[in-house]
Write a protein that binds this ligand. Structure first.
Ligand SMILES: NC(=O)c1ccc[n+]([C@@H]2O[C@H](COP(=O)([O-])OP(=O)(O)OC[C@H]3O[C@@H](n4cnc5c(N)ncnc54)[C@H](OP(=O)(O)O)[C@@H]3O)[C@@H](O)[C@H]2O)c1
Length: 286
């Protein structure tokens, strides 16, 4: 019998990759406002994770053994849902003895004392980081056996992700677009994060785990590498910038140390160059 897996945010970026790869699970995704693309052997349930009654009905119907909670990101304009939805799911999962993996972010840190380890103290400086930090606290207090995965920027190499799409579109306009040279992240290929999470789902690891890519890149270098990957020539309206010049409140250096995850998991957390080689190889074999 395959373990029953519930993935929240089923039409979202990470969840779609999780559900495509979850062939060793009996997998279900939740839907909210967006329709999902059909995925073989995956069922979907509509559920607003803010509604306790809807969450109870969902869990009664699906009866999952594992939940991977990806829903409620910085998209959609409603950050106020992030903490309560995580708390509601965590408490229900604890009550029903369901393994719970909660997706969090490197943005729970202020970017002043990188690299960040699992034990590093949180200090969010923007509303998204604050909401995700509150969600982590709720999950830890309501489900003592939960796993909290802090990850970094997710990118895709087959179909451009949201931010890369925006960058590509900008090359077709004259609109000025700044990529920060002073913001550092550990970007991870969404396919590898999904693979790592599915491996983690079958382990009983408790607590915080960083799962980012193995290299720290600034936004300019990452943007240029992704344009190169998709064979797009950068245009002169895409320029180097800094967080300070922009006036935005953003953490500068969010380098994550993911060595604990790399020791725990067989899934390799590839650098961008290594990931590009995998995609190149798959293309040649296809
Ligand atoms: N993407 C990144 O670079 C990144 C980086 C670090 C951490 N993360 C974390 O990783 C996780 C996945 O990110 P992602 O980019 O894959 O997210 P995403 O594509 O923005 O998907 C989020 C999903 O949450 C659903 N959702 C929002 N409100 C909901 C509600 N009230 N009830 C049920 N579902 C609701 C949305 O459904 P509707 O659209 O239908 O409302 C959407 O499908 C998130 O927890 C995010 O914070 C992401």
């Amino acid at each position: 019998m395959k373990p029953r897996l519930l993935v929240t945010g089923g039409a979202g970026f990470l969840a779609t990759h999780l559900l495509h790869q979850a062939t060793n699970f009996t997998a279900t995704g939740t839907l909210h406002r967006t329709a999902a693309t059909s995925i073989p052997d995956v069922s979907f349930h509509v559920c607003d994770l803010q509604q306790p009654q809807e969450v109870r009905i969902l869990l009664d119907r699906v009866n999952p053994e594992i939940i991977i909670h990806t829903a409620c990101s910085d998209q959609g304009g409603n950050l106020s849902v992030i903490a309560p939805a995580a708390g509601l799911l965590a408490s229900q999962a604890a009550e029903r003895d369901i393994r719970f993996i909660h997706l969090s972010t490197d943005q729970v840190f202020d970017g002043m004392t990188a690299p960040y380890h699992e034990a590093s103290e949180k200090h969010p400086i923007n509303p998204y980081g604050t909401a995700k930090s509150q969600a982590e606290d709720l999950v830890r207090s309501l489900h003592t056996q939960a796993t909290i995965v802090r990850t970094s920027l997710l990118y895709d190499l087959r179909i451009p992700d949201r931010q890369t799409r925006q960058l590509i579109q900008t090359t077709q306009t004259e609109e000025r677009y700044h990529l920060f040279t002073d913001e550092f992240r550990c970007p991870i290929w969404v396919e590898k994060l999904a693979q790592a999470l599915l491996e983690l789902a079958k382990k009983d690891y408790v607590g915080i785990l960083n799962i980012g890519g193995p290299e720290s890149l600034n936004r300019w270098d990452l943007g240029m590498e992704l344009l190169k990957h998709f064979n797009i020539t950068p245009t002169s309206n895409i320029q180097k910038g800094t967080i300070e010049e922009s006036g935005f409140l953003r953490p500068q250096n969010l380098t994550l140390d993911s060595s604990a995850a790399q020791q725990l998991l067989v899934t390799p957390l590839l650098s961008l160059e290594e990931a590009r080689k995998v995609v190149g190889k798959i293309h040649k074999e296809a």
